[in-house]
Design a protein around this ligand. Structure first.
Ligand SMILES: *Cc1c(COP(=O)(O)O)cnc(C)c1O
Length: 368
């Protein structure tokens, strides 16, 4: 007999999300200084936070005794303005992950279905499980979302369809034509969620926001965790038609985004220089990895984001061996991809160190 018998079955069934291994924990285990560890495991911004955000947050600390603006007026207004939308279209979240949860709170129940691609971001499945909903997984040949097949999978019970674009962990992106064809087939009772956490990295991403502007049942998710370099703050947002956004606002906690995060995000939004620098460092790092991996005959999936899915064989072992040398990458067994690792693009010195360590690990393996 355990306490589990009294708990919600959906919670007992859940396999908890395993995040990238923290730098501090790794340093402790290896007896190293945190500064000696290279973490390329969570698609963070290797340049750090926007300097404008840091300055604004330092100032905001003086007011840390005051509750945040629960309505997030200033940040939501700035986001709305930057997309030429209304404040009523903008929902803030404790990371865009929280908005995924709000969507599930609002639209899922044990009778409902959620559709996602086979190798889509794993949080969708976690959330569907938590709400007892049925998770419908649609094959993604070549690791690319098959939107035609996803449209085919829609039933009367479907409430949410998640399209991660670019997707994590594959880095693949679907284009405008596929999206338009898909949206033409989506019925009224289905809410389509475009998770665009990496939207700012590709050169010409498709426009899913037009469907929000048209008033369709669509929510576009963006985050401050990736290009803006503010993952520690936990702040993201959803852009949705007013009817959807109004429901999501009801499902959230009163002060779900803290005041420091609101101020930091507001400043980061205006820091075009930091965004541009980040894109350049990412583009250069991506080219470096592509060249080096190709030279070694290592298979990878061409990526539109700030990470690469690489077929090394024995992903768990590669992860563990690289970790011993102070480089944290991500094993992919939780995505049923045991032969792959995902590596986030870092600064040039971090990328170099990562390739050296990967080389040594793969060389050692081939000797065995
Ligand atoms: C990183 C990521 C997020 C963002 O998570 P936050 O909660 O905003 O930090 C959302 N979706 C995908 C696909 C991601 O990779």
């Amino acid at each position: 007999m355990t306490i589990d018998q009294y708990a919600n079955r959906f919670v007992c069934d859940l396999v908890a999300y395993e995040p990238g291994k923290p730098i501090d924990e790794t340093a402790r285990e290896l007896g190293l200084e945190p500064s000696q560890i290279v973490k390329l495991a969570s698609n963070e911004n290797p340049l750090g936070p926007s300097p404008m955000a840091k300055a604004a947050m330092r100032e905001a600390l003086e007011e840390a005794h005051i509750y945040p603006d629960g309505g997030g007026y200033r940040l939501r207004s700035a986001i709305a303005e930057s997309f030429d939308m209304e404040i009523s279209n903008v929902v803030l979240g404790n990371g865009s992950n929280e908005i995924i949860e709000l969507l599930c709170h609002t639209f899922l129940n044990p009778e409902a279905e959620l559709i996602a691609a086979e190798h889509a971001f794993v949080v969708y499945k976690l959330m569907a499980t938590l709400f007892g909903a049925k998770y419908i997984k649609v094959a993604d040949p070549g690791f690319i979302h098959d939107l035609d097949a996803m449209a085919d999978a829609i039933t009367d019970k479907t409430r949410l369809v998640f399209i991660a674009n670019p997707n994590n962990p594959t880095g693949t992106m679907v284009g405008q034509a596929a999206i338009d064809r898909f949206m033409a087939r989506v019925p009224e009772h289905v809410i389509v969620v475009f998770d665009e956490a990496y939207f700012e990295f590709p050169d010409s991403p498709p426009d899913a926001l037009k469907y929000v502007r048209e008033g369709r049942n669509v929510c576009v998710l963006r985050t401050f965790s990736k290009i803006h370099g503010l993952a520690a703050l936990r702040v993201g947002y959803g852009l949705a038609s007013k009817n959807v956004a109004t429901l999501l606002q009801k499902a959230r906690q009163p002060f779900n985004v803290n005041a420091i995060a609101q101020v930091g995000a507001l400043a980061a939004l205006a820091d075009a220089e930091h965004i541009e620098k980040t894109r350049i460092v990412n583009r250069e790092g991506m080219a470096y990895f592509e060249k080096e991996l190709t030279a070694r005959g290592l298979h990878y999936i061409p990526s539109y984001a700030n990470f690469l899915l690489i077929k090394t064989g024995e992903g768990d072992r590669v992860f563990r061996e690289m970790l011993k040398q102070g480089v944290i990458v991500r094993a992919m067994s939780s995505y049923q991809l045991p032969d792959w690792v995902r590596i986030s693009i870092g600064t040039a010195p971090q990328n170099l160190r990562c390739m050296e360590v990967l080389d040594s690990v793969l060389a050692a393996e081939s000797v065995v």
